[in-house]
Unconditional design. Structure first.
Length: 213
C-alpha cells in the first residue's frame, strides 16, 4: 500500500503535519487502523536502528518522534474504540536528585514507537513515588534513568523499596544513563541494562513478549 510507505517515509523525515494528513487519508480510504499503527511503529523502529548505528542523532529522533505522536493523536480515539491495546506498560522516571531528562525522553519516545504504553513520572523521582506508581498502574516494566554518579544510588533504593512492598518479583526493572554500567545493574540486581534508547525499546519489547509467551 503506497500510502503506508509514504507515512513511513514522512515520519522518518520528521514531517509531522504531513504524517497527520496521511494518517487521516489512510483512514478515509478504509485502511485498517492496525496496519496504519504498524506503519508508524515500523518507521520509528527504522529511526531507532539508524540512531543506534550513529546514522541519525538526537535532534532527528526527537523530530521523528514528534511526527509519530502527530499520527498517533489521529489514531488514538479509533484504537480505543476498536480495543487495540499497547503490548505492555512501562513506568519511567529519572531517579531522586537527578533533573536530567533528555535521555529519559528519548527512551520514552522509542518505547512508544515500539508499541508500549509509557507512564512518565518525570525527573527527581523518589523511590516511594515509583512504588506508588507501580501500585496505581500495575506496569510490566519499571525503567530508571540517572545521569550523575551521585544519583545512581537512587536506583538501588528504589529496588529496595519495591522489594519491601512485595512488588519487585512481578516487575522487569531496567536501568540506564551515561554513568550506568552492566556491572552496576548486576550489583543492584536490576534485570536489564541498555546503553542507548533504541536498545532500551528493543529489550523492553523482548521482556514483555517473553512474559506473554
Amino acid at each position: 500500500m503506497e500510502i503506508l510507505d509514504e507515512i513511513s517515509e514522512k515520519l522518518q523525515a520528521g514531517a509531522a503535519p504531513k504524517v497527520r494528513q496521511l494518517v487521516s487519508d489512510a483512514l478515509n480510504q478504509g485502511i485498517d487502523v492496525k496496519k496504519i499503527l504498524d506503519a508508524l511503529i515500523g518507521a520509528m523502529g527504522i529511526v531507532g536502528v539508524k540512531f543506534k548505528n550513529n546514522e541519525v542523532y538526537v535532534p532527528e529522533v526527537l523530530i521523528a518522534a514528534r511526527a509519530m505522536n502527530a499520527g498517533l493523536e489521529i489514531l488514538k480515539p479509533i484504537l480505543t474504540e476498536t480495543g487495540i491495546k499497547p503490548i505492555g506498560k512501562v513506568i519511567i522516571g529519572t531517579v531522586a536528585g537527578d533533573l536530567h531528562d533528555i535521555g529519559k525522553n528519548l527512551v520514552k519516545m522509542m518505547m512508544v514507537g515500539a508499541g508500549l504504553e509509557v507512564i512518565d513520572l518525570g525527573v527527581d523521582v523518589a523511590p516511594q513515588k515509583f512504588v506508588s506508581a507501580v501500585k496505581e498502574y500495575n506496569p510490566d516494566i519499571v525503567a530508571m534513568s540517572a545521569l550523575l554518579t551521585t544519583t545512581m544510588p537512587g536506583m538501588k533504593k528504589t529496588l529496595e523499596a519495591l522489594e519491601k512492598e512485595g512488588l519487585r518479583s512481578k516487575l522487569t526493572v531496567m536501568i540506564g544513563g551515561a554513568p550506568v554500567t552492566e556491572n552496576y545493574a548486576k550489583e543492584i540486581s536490576a534485570d536489564i541494562y541498555t546503553p542507548d534508547a533504541a536498545s532500551a525499546a528493543e529489550k523492553a519489547r523482548e521482556a514483555i513478549t517473553k512474559k506473554v509467551a
